[in-house]
Design a protein around this ligand. Structure first.
Ligand SMILES: NC(=O)c1ccc[n+]([C@@H]2O[C@H](COP(=O)([O-])OP(=O)(O)OC[C@H]3O[C@@H](n4cnc5c(N)ncnc54)[C@H](O)[C@@H]3O)[C@@H](O)[C@H]2O)c1
Length: 253
């Protein structure tokens, strides 16, 4: 049976911000397809069996992503027209002189090319289904506050996130004639497994909170709310990158 309220794909939907997006979209009545390299630890309580589909794939593997989306479209009875790219890995957080090049390449590959692969696989899958007019769609990518300004120890991750922001603008311009909006969010520190791992390794949360005007970290659900707005409701926005950072990027010093 077709997903009546729509069909969304969430990369990185097994954990953290992506998982919170999955929960919100399911509550909104959408069918959701998760593409992640790792399985979900627990299935969302709110999920009707048929509303959630999960595929174990690496987003940099274009063939696997394309096959998963085709399979999801068949199971759902409708091609997905919505995409959130919330997959990601940590950078080396090391001085540029010390960064291992193979690790740098993987960070750039996962964040930048993984986002491109997911986005163009969605468009290809959508446009394989005949229809006049074409269905149109909406994509939200995940950049970072590290894409704003210059930072030490960010020659891999920060560069990747700035590239995701630029890729979003480029795709927004290129795909507007197809009726597809492409926007991005730039999260500030959000308490997900990725950040919990940093905290466990000695990351100074108190200093981050002190530098953040709102004085705390973001929750995954607050971040998901901003993503849901751009994905579903911001009908005249395309090509924007919205910081969701408690004021972090607004600080002038
Ligand atoms: N948490 C933060 O403070 C923060 C801040 C800025 C940006 N971000 C970005 O938000 C996104 C989500 O991060 P999070 O904090 O929820 O992290 P997370 O580690 O909780 O979730 C990331 C998910 O991506 C998946 N993933 C990683 N590599 C993949 C690949 N090659 N193919 C498929 N899936 C893959 C992981 O398995 C995991 O489920 C990431 O892009 C991250 O860089 C997070």
């Amino acid at each position: 049976m077709a997903d009546s309220a729509g069909h969304a794909v969430v990369t990185g939907g097994s954990s953290g911000i992506g998982r919170a997006v999955v929960d919100r979209l399911l509550r909104r009545g959408l069918g959701v397809t998760v593409l992640d390299a790792e399985p979900m630890r627990e299935t969302p309580a709110s999920a009707r069996d048929s509303a959630l589909r999960t595929f174990l794939v690496d987003v940099t593997d274009e063939k696997a992503v394309g096959e998963a989306l085709d399979e999801a479209a068949e199971q759902a009875g409708a091609a997905p027209t919505l995409l959130v790219t919330s997959h990601g890995i940590r950078g080396g957080y090391a001085p540029a002189l010390d960064l291992d090049l193979a690790s740098c390449r993987r960070v750039l590959d996962v964040h930048v090319l993984g986002t491109l692969v997911a986005a163009r696989s969605l468009v290809r899958c959508m446009e394989r289904v005949p229809g006049d007019p074409p269905p149109g769609g909406s994509i939200v990518t995940v950049s970072s506050t590290t894409a704003y300004g210059g930072w030490a120890n960010q020659a891999d991750y920060g560069v990747a996130k700035a590239a995701v922001r630029q890729l979003t603008r480029n795709l927004a311009v290129e795909w507007a004639p197809r009726g597809i909006r492409v926007n991005s969010i730039a999260p500030g520190h959000t308490l997900t497994p990725m950040v919990q791992e940093m905290i466990d390794q000695g990351y100074d949360v108190a200093a981050t909170e002190a530098r953040t005007p709102l004085g705390r970290l973001c929750t995954p659900d607050e971040m998901a709310a901003a993503i849901e707005f751009l994905l579903m409701d911001a009908s005249f926005s395309t090509g924007v990158c919205m910081p969701v950072d408690g004021g972090w990027t607004a600080v002038g010093k």
